[in-house]
Write a protein that binds this ligand. Structure first.
Ligand code: CO
Length: 495
């Protein structure tokens, strides 16, 4: 574990500088395509394949600021590793909205998180057409590279050039404009499919009640199961978890007031109110009996964006998730660049144990450190597991930007940490298994780090078995705005 320097992590000092952190939220307008030649350390020759990442690339449209980074147009980065070398490429997803706004040179669409068209409430009233910004995740499955945004269908891209090929209806499965979550899970050995891997994803349609549709696809992209369930109430569900038998959803305790949205006074995100005193509904869907009514259990879980993993243990279901004690409303007048971290509740790692016989849910705080973006070894998805990796704050207490990657040993309680503080800001770690490895931590963690000292980003490779110092730091020629999610495939697409 890296020792904290004396200037950091005391109660009277902070590990970061707000002006540094803000610089990571600038648009990257240029599209690059180059071999990375500035490398500290050595790229492992066994690391072969492509890291795809997605996130908001534009934080403004022609100088007009967007209100929240979640409203920023999706930009895909691809880092290809082959024989100890690495290649970088980034391209914008050429969504209908992106193209129209770039052509017009101004904001034309309402954003879900508060970006309004200019013109006040009259211009925004009754404009329910949301802009599919394709900015949340990117996956390669069934021979297709898909940029995902949960409220609409994916955009398909060419994996070699990142050229946008168009909206993807998954061979007719998705009707036009249908939602498709940005958080698919891969069951590494599906019981119902002869032990082959399947990709499981969901879609939410919500209002006074909500419909959760589940889709399962074999590695060739063929849909093998599709089933839908209705649950009471408005649902804001961003992520889910799976086990061999179950798919589990946390229906966050929020309410939605559509009136200001319909009148154009507020964006959809600004009409959601967190209800701290209400219980979270935990929806348990049986993947093997898709027609069975889901079980609903209750817990005081706070707000959950992301889950780490889940597994079955006798009559119990164990679920590890990042929870927030409170979720502040999106402030119509606020500027996310001025976020007062100290005033906000941090995300923290919790364990929930559901007893499916008694319906009792027990919960336990695993780590009080501020964290997000949990990830695990892909072969342990849905299985009893030992290690979880997260982006985390440098200091063990308090809320702060993510500057560290932490590995949490759930068996021993040990923690390993690599910190990029004071001038580095990390993103979601992606776990890549060593091709000849067997152990759960035999592999690498890949994370993009904005280095304010260089005013540019590094792709940092960590050894998942020992985070003490990076295996390699690949110095990009430019910054990459703070991103959301990504994935790795062992395929290389370079010509
Ligand atoms: Co997410």
């Amino acid at each position: 574990m890296q020792a904290a320097s004396p200037t950091q992590s005391t109660s009277h000092s902070v590990s970061y500088n707000r002006a540094d952190w803000q610089r990571g939220y600038r648009s990257l307008k240029q599209e690059f395509d180059y071999w990375i030649d500035a490398v500290t350390g050595e790229i492992p020759t066994a690391l072969k394949g492509t890291l795809f990442r997605n996130g908001p690339g534009l934080l403004d449209v022609n100088g007009q600021r967007i209100h929240h980074p979640f409203d920023g147009d999706g930009m895909i980065c691809a880092v290809t590793f082959d024989r100890g070398t690495a290649h970088f490429r980034n391209r914008y997803v050429q969504t209908e909205g992106y193209r129209a706004e770039q052509q017009a040179g101004k904001i034309l669409y309402r954003g879900v998180f508060g970006t309004d068209k200019p013109g006040g409430w009259l211009a925004n009233a009754l404009d329910l057409k949301l802009k599919n910004i394709a900015n949340t995740n990117v996956i390669y499955w069934g021979g297709k590279l898909l940029a995902l945004w949960e409220a609409a269908e994916p955009y398909r891209l060419d994996p070699a050039t990142l050229e946008t090929l168009g909206l993807e209806d998954l061979d007719g499965l998705l009707p036009a404009g249908a939602p498709f979550s940005a958080h698919p899970r891969i069951d590494p050995a599906s019981l119902q499919d002869g032990g082959q891997a399947v990709l499981v994803n969901f879609a939410i349609k919500t209002g006074l009640s909500s419909t959760i549709t589940l889709y399962e696809f074999t590695p060739d992209g063929k849909p093998v199961r599709q089933y839908a369930h209705s649950v009471p109430g408005f649902a804001f569900i961003h992520d889910f978890v799976i086990t061999p038998r179950y798919a589990i959803f946390f229906q966050n305790p929020v309410s939605f007031n559509p009136v200001p949205f319909l009148l154009g006074l507020r964006s959809a995100g600004e009409c959601i109110t967190f209800r701290a005193q209400q219980l979270t509904q935990i929806i348990v869907v049986d993947r093997q009996q898709p027609r069975a009514t889901p079980r609903i259990l209750e817990a005081k879980a706070g707000f959950v964006f992301h889950h780490a993993n889940a597994f079955e243990r006798g009559d119990e279901l164990v679920i590890d998730s990042v929870c927030y004690a409170d979720l502040p409303a999106v402030d119509p007048e606020g500027d996310f660049r001025q976020t007062n971290f100290a005033a906000l509740a941090p995300g923290q790692l919790w364990r929930f144990v559901l007893n499916l016989k008694t319906g009792i849910v027990q919960q336990q705080l695993l780590d009080s450190r501020c964290c997000e973006f949990p990830t695990v070894h892909p072969q342990w998805v849905g299985r009893e597991y030992r290690y979880v990796y997260l982006a985390a704050a440098h200091a063990p207490q308090g809320n702060a930007p993510h500057q560290a990657i932490v590995k949490w040993d759930l068996q021993t309680g040990d923690r390993d940490l690599w910190s990029a503080a004071p001038r580095g800001y990390v993103s979601e770690p992606v776990f890549v298994p060593h091709p000849r490895g067997n152990a759960e931590d035999d592999g690498w963690l890949l994370t993009l780090v904005f280095d304010a000292a260089r005013d540019a980003s590094d792709l940092v490779i960590l050894d998942a078995a020992d985070l003490s110092q990076p295996v390699a730091q690949l110095h990009l020629k430019h910054h990459v705005p703070y991103g959301l999610h990504g994935s790795f495939t062992s395929q290389c697409f370079l010509s």
